[in-house]
Design a protein around this ligand. Sequence first.
Ligand code: 6PG
Length: 240
Amino acid sequence: MIIKKFRDSDELSQAATKKFIELANQAIANRGRFLVSLSGGSTPMKLYERLANEKQDWSRVYFFWGDERCVPVDDPGNTYGQTKKILFDKIGTTNIHRVRSELEPDSASADYTKTLSGFAEAPFDFPRFDLVLLGMGEDGHTASLFPGSPVDVTTPTLAVTAQYQDRPANRVTLTPLVFNQAREVWFLVTGENKAEILRTVLKGEHNPQRYPAQRIQPVNGNLVWMIDEAAGRFLTDVTQ
Ligand code: 6PG
């Protein structure tokens, strides 16, 4: 695991953009395509805005989501809808594999499992993502894996209902089964409101049931925490 600390969210998103493009072109050169699972929430939005300005062959980049809120795409709480405005409409890509959030959660979850199987990489019936982007809530949740939820899930997707801030409660999430097969996983965590939970998750009690972000342990991939000074104020042994 690597922890990279940046001065602020601008410097973080600039570095993340550069590395995203690098990883994408490496994957395209090696395997002909780049499969990326995007995160919701506010933290990655600056990255998405910067990516929209990159000169990139997007035809080989396939976009998925680590989770989605089960609201219509034009609802402000829909992650795909937010990302479409700031990224997809600008780069004109069609390689978008969203959660069909207009369905009932269980149907949307089953439908997404089917979507993933179309990109399966043996021996799994889901893709080995080249990059997974994740955020982390103040309670240690990630994607839509919330504290107290079952740890030993054996399905690639799950329909969940969970309250967090004023966000839509019904969601579909990928599970650690999928996340932990990724070639690279990035947590993007910024802001002083995340400092306490970040210290606990990275240096405190190991309790994946209580702190779902701790469930993310890539089996054969890189785990990178990209944080800013404010979120990392209690962490010293980091890469500057
Ligand atoms: C979502 C995300 C969720 C998010 C965290 C952090 O759909 O909301 O998947 O896991 O990453 O809640 O959100 P912020 O980046 O807004 O702090």
